[in-house]
Design a binder for this molecule. Structure first.
Ligand SMILES: C[S@@+](CC[C@H](N)C(=O)[O-])C[C@H]1O[C@@H](n2cnc3c(N)ncnc32)[C@H](O)[C@@H]1O
Length: 315
């Protein structure tokens, strides 16, 4: 037997078998990670697996706001009972947590990459269940991740989406004109190890069974908007975190374009990670029904205030 000192909030000593200690030491040397970090990753993965194998009973919906056309739920999207919505959602417009260490209150936005991909698989499975047969998804995600190890986030997410049964339509590149000053060049004016960073995000377009809508509805897009927005490079600035009071809001223009281009008036739009409620505001302005979910009450409070302003302005 060996003792392992594990430091977290409290430092503890655990008795572990010598053979496990030897294996951990070998893994630690191979992966260049501390035993503590390795153990945390392994345990987190096992816990997620256990949660999947023995799911808790689904949470009841906790309605935070409801004005008849927009409903905001204070719930964990992966836990809440949405069985009444299965097969009914026309469009999902959302930007999930990016896993780049953003402080979202209680939510851990710095999981290991494999945990993040498992989380991604779980929410994409739920998307599949909730979508109508001709339902669509506009998923705003980063192209790459370059903090804490380079990862092809977009490529990996598309692969997972396909593996859970969603179909790939195309991708919009959002050029958010992020001209923040670069500091990480890799190797400055040298071919030694330069870094290439694309200051863009993407909006992946997915669907359940058929891309063509099976019903006829009222389109609300103008000819000019249609011509401009069907060009898959969208250029408009990001939203100020300070102005909105959320660490990662998307600009209203993003859900507004997605909703007008991909849904009919009166359709049901879902944003399972609604944050400050940008998608809900866009639905209000375009006369779509909306269900927005977030795990943080503070963000739903902002969403509610933004809804009130939008309805005040446009009713
Ligand atoms: C990138 S932000 C979305 C921002 C939003 N598009 C806006 O304009 O404000 C992701 C949001 O997901 C929420 N979140 C994280 N995990 C969640 C979960 N399991 N269920 C519901 N919401 C979650 C976070 O609180 C955060 O507000």
């Amino acid at each position: 037997m060996k003792y392992l000192k594990v430091s977290g909030v409290v430092e503890r000593k655990f008795r572990i078998m010598s053979s496990i200690h030897t294996k951990l030491s070998e893994m630690s040397a191979t992966h260049g990670k501390s035993i503590n970090a390795l153990l945390n990753e392994l345990l987190a993965e096992q816990l997620l697996k256990l949660k999947e194998e023995h799911p808790c009973p689904k949470q009841q919906k906790n309605v935070y706001f409801n004005d008849g056309s927009v409903q905001l739920l204070l719930n964990d999207f992966l836990q809440v009972d949405l069985s009444d919505l299965e097969g009914k959602v026309n469009l999902i417009v959302t930007s999930p947590p990016y896993n780049v260490g953003v402080e979202y209150g209680s939510m851990d936005d710095a999981m290991s990459y494999s945990e993040y991909l498992r989380f991604t698989e779980n929410y994409l499975r739920r998307f599949y269940e909730l979508l109508a047969p001709d339902g669509r998804v506009c998923l705003n995600v980063p192209l790459d991740k370059n903090r804490g190890g380079l990862q092809s986030v977009y490529v990996d997410i598309v692969q997972i989406a396909k593996s859970v049964g969603l179909k790939y339509q195309s991708t919009i590149v959002w050029n958010e004109q992020n001209i923040s000053r670069r500091t990480a060049w890799g190797s400055w004016v040298s071919a030694s190890a330069p870094y290439v960073i694309a200051p863009v995000e993407v909006i992946v377009l997915l669907y359940k069974h058929t891309w063509k809508r099976t019903d006829k509805g009222k389109t609300t897009i103008t000819k000019e908007e249609f011509i401009e927005w069907t060009n898959g490079v969208w250029t408009f600035p990001g939203e100020s975190k300070k102005r909105v009071g959320h660490p990662a809001p998307f600009p209203l223009e993003l859900p507004l374009r997605c909703i007008k281009l991909f849904s009919f008036e009166g359709d049901l739009v879902l944003d399972p990670f609604v944050g400050s409620g940008t998608t809900a505001v866009a639905c209000k302005l375009t006369r779509r029904k909306c269900i927005g979910i977030d795990i943080e009450e503070a963000y739903l409070k902002i969403a509610k205030e933004r809804m009130a302003k939008a309805t005040g302005l446009f009713s």
